[in-house]
Design a protein around this ligand. Structure first.
Ligand code: SF4
Length: 446
């Protein structure tokens, strides 16, 4: 980190850094980890290991221009049905884990509800036949309020879904037009009502700032209206403009994207709006009601960070199902083939569709823990990780942030100040030994 680059907070915000939903981050996974290594790692899982399961559904009816997810637009049923059948077969490959306790289940995408009630029920039944679901704490799904109806919501409740995340982003018609996602707010209200009526009481709402045509006023209004629906949790993500990586973003007019200082102001105002309405800030970009598990875990310093963001999920292993899904075992990370053809071929051959991964070293684990504590607690005590002597370079790299009041260095404790909260990814990056080679891939820090 050179002083030339970071002599103002705004210059800092320009840095491209990962979101640190894992460490090391996915771009550093390599082809050395495949079916055989994964099979071996799975076989070493202790019999009493708890499992978290993520199912990725990489289809949407149409693509939103801002989307950064691994998904594609489909209009026909056939690819969806074929994919769902492959998911069932992938679960069958996990025979060796039969009877293990599943504590968390998350359907993400894409638009997972595009599978339809029958496939959702078939896949859920397959999971129930394979795993012990008696201790399932959370069964969550990401939903597009434009793509659900009352009967689908009832099916979700019937398979045990107890948490739904609704993508809202911004309520302004002008912004919605600019991002290619027309979603009148009454659709969101109706979705929330259906979910509550069906007994799915845990509602999350996702908002965004930094979108084209978005100003502070739009962000504040979106936060107010979203909070008026009384969700337990809200997430406020900064739009990551990476058109070299996500081609549909090339259709976004860069001239109407807010600048960095505007983005910072939008994040600040949205956060203050939500806090003023009774929510507590959690980590970098989440907000929750004070009695929500996320807030309790924050106070007790046991908040975790995973690929879905902030969580209390503390399962021993994460099993990823579906194209591009990432898993995490005690030994390291694995990632499924991102392309549907490669994913399908491996499953048809009776092999795990793992195409890359990373075996964790002791050094990786140590740095992963430091980065996770920084991202979750907004502070880290290096004495818990062998003391500051092993991190003199990192502490020196953090000194300019401290000089700008964005964090304090108190002995071996690194504490992000309230002003520094938007910059916590930059503080975390100081402990990332993989970063230098791959900065261009990431989005700006705020
Ligand atoms: S619905 Fe969600 S996953 Fe699908 S294109 Fe829009 S933002 Fe991406």
């Amino acid at each position: 980190m050179s002083n030339r680059l970071i002599n103002t907070p705004l210059a800092l915000a320009e840095r491209n850094v990962p979101r640190y939903t894992s460490y090391p981050t996915a771009p550093h996974f390599s082809a050395g980890v495949g079916h055989d290594v994964y099979s071996d790692w799975l076989s070493q899982l202790p019999a009493d290991a708890t499992l978290s399961l993520y199912i990725h559904v990489p289809f949407c009816t149409e693509l939103c221009l801002y989307c950064g997810c691994h998904t594609k637009a489909v209009r026909k049923r056939e690819p969806i049905d074929n994919y769902a059948a492959r998911l069932v077969e992938e679960i069958a490959l996990l025979d060796g884990l039969a009877g293990r306790k599943l504590t968390h289940l998350h359907w993400g995408g894409g638009t997972p509800s595009i599978l339809g009630p029958e496939w959702l029920e078939t896949i859920a039944a397959k999971l129930a036949s394979r795993f012990d679901l008696s201790g399932l704490k959370e069964h969550a799904i990401e939903l597009d309020p434009r793509r659900i109806d009352r009967s689908l919501v009832r099916s979700l409740a019937a398979i045990g879904v107890n948490r739904a995340s609704l993508g809202v982003q911004d309520v302004s018609p002008t912004v919605q037009h600019a991002i290619g996602r027309i979603q009148p707010f009454d659709l969101v209200e109706r979705a929330v009502a259906w979910l509550r009526e069906a007994g799915i009481a845990n509602i999350n709402i996702d908002l965004m700032y930094g979108l084209p045509q978005q100003g502070v006023r739009e962000v504040a209004r979106s936060a107010e209206l979203a909070a008026a629906l009384d969700p337990q949790r809200l997430a406020l993500f900064g739009y990551a403009h990476v058109p070299w990586f996500k081609t549909q973003q090339k259709m976004i007019d860069e001239a109407v994207l807010p600048g960095l200082s505007e983005r910072l102001e939008q994040a600040r105002v949205a956060g203050e709006t939500l806090v003023g309405l009774g929510y507590e800030a959690v980590g970098l970009d989440h907000f929750a009601k004070p009695d929500d598990e996320l807030c309790v875990a924050t106070r007790e310093r046991r908040l975790r960070r995973n690929f879905q963001g902030y969580t209390v999920d503390d399962a021993d292993a994460l099993i990823g199902l579906g194209a591009s899904a990432i898993g995490r075992l005690p030994q390291g990370f694995v990632q499924n083939a991102p392309d549907l053809a490669g994913y399908g071929r491996a499953i048809a051959a009776g092999r795990f569709p793992i195409v890359k991964g990373l075996k964790l070293s002791d050094e990786d684990r140590l740095r992963a823990s430091i980065i996770e504590r920084l991202m979750c607690d907004l502070e880290v005590d290096l004495d818990r990780f062998g003391g500051g002597a092993g991190f003199t370079g990192e502490l020196a790299a953090l000194a300019p942030l401290a000089a700008q009041g964005l964090l304090q260095i108190d002995g071996n404790r690194v504490i992000v100040t309230p002003e520094g909260r938007p910059y916590v990814r930059i503080a975390a990056a100081a402990f990332d030994t993989y970063l230098a080679a791959n900065q261009k891939r990431h989005s700006v820090a705020v």
